[in-house]
Design a protein around this ligand. Structure first.
Ligand code: KIV
Ligand code: NA
Length: 279
């Protein structure tokens, strides 16, 4: 099976075929996502929160992203894979940005990158597109700017904010972005943006009318140590509970010496007993 590409994604939008996207951060998660038929995998910098245990995405580095992207691209060789540009790696010189992108694509094996921001990143998006790098824009709630925004709040509630988001989306499309992620945007605004653009929109907490949807792996599977209910998430499986139950049963069986059982052990020849304990 061929991986999806950005030309097919745009065609899917015009045909009204939704895009399914999921984050993944390592070999087993990416392998299972591919086997389940996901269209796009995002190696999100949400890995800072969900697999590295930070309380924001700010500490995530290019090294972290390359390390995780490599394991994902090894696992899912027939899926379009995007990697996030982490905090503080694409607002300096274009040379520095290019070095980071080079690492995610050449060392990590990603097909494209995603970056947060509106008008301020448009010249970078253009430069990357000119260099052959597909860029997904990311507007609405942009977690790397949490300290500017003052929290994780819904975007596009009033007319002024709606217009700002629309302007950002149009500018990113004009700059050459191949798609735009809308995070925590009101449904009406996400719908209007999706209609106005010819490139696909992918929503998370952005309502029913985006051209695609994305969720964080650990959210959809409730696979996390400190799971918190989020309105925009649907839990499709509760593997956190399954894992906890499985491990606690293992602990009990080790304590009770009921694991390992006879079927799990390796026996030696009788002569071994003689040599160990005498005749
Ligand atoms: O890092 C991430 O997981 C994201 C989400 C918006 C999907 O960017
Ligand atoms: Na992200």
């Amino acid at each position: 099976k061929q991986a999806l590409n950005i030309v097919k994604m745009k065609k899917m939008k015009t045909e009204g075929v939704p895009l399914s996207m999921l984050t993944a951060y390592d070999y087993p998660s990416a392998r299972l996502a591919e086997e389940a038929g996901i269209d796009l995998i995002l190696v999100g910098d949400s890995l800072g929160n969900v697999v590295l245990g930070y309380d924001s995405t700010l500490p995530v580095t290019i090294d972290d992203m390359v390390y995780h992207t490599r394991s994902v691209t090894r696992a899912a060789q027939h899926t379009f894979i995007l990697a996030d540009m982490p905090f503080m790696t694409y607002h300096g010189s274009i040379d520095e940005t290019l070095r980071g992108v080079r690492r995610l694509m050449q060392e990590g094996g990603a097909h494209a990158v995603k970056m947060e921001g509106g008008l301020e990143i448009c010249s970078t998006v253009s430069a990357l597109a000119a260099a052959g790098v597909p860029v997904m824009g990311h507007i609405g709630l942009t977690p790397q700017s949490v300290n500017m925004i003052g929290g994780y709040r819904i975007q596009g509630k009033d007319a002024k904010d709606a217009q700002r988001l629309m302007d950002e989306a149009l500018a990113l499309e004009a700059a050459g972005a191949f798609a735009i992620l809308l995070e925590l945007v009101t449904e009406e605004v996400a719908a209007a943006i999706s209609k106005a653009l010819s490139i696909p929109t992918i929503g998370i907490g952005a309502g029913r009318y985006c051209d695609g949807q994305v969720l964080v792996y650990h959210d959809l599977l409730r696979y996390t140590a400190d799971y918190r209910e989020k309105r925009f998430v649907k839990t499709y499986a509760d593997i956190g509970s399954l894992i906890r139950e499985g491990i606690s049963q293992y602990v009990q069986e080790v304590k009770q010496r009921t694991f390992p059982e006879e079927s799990h052990v390796f026996g030696a020849d009788e002569s071994v007993l003689e040599s160990l304990y005498g005749a």
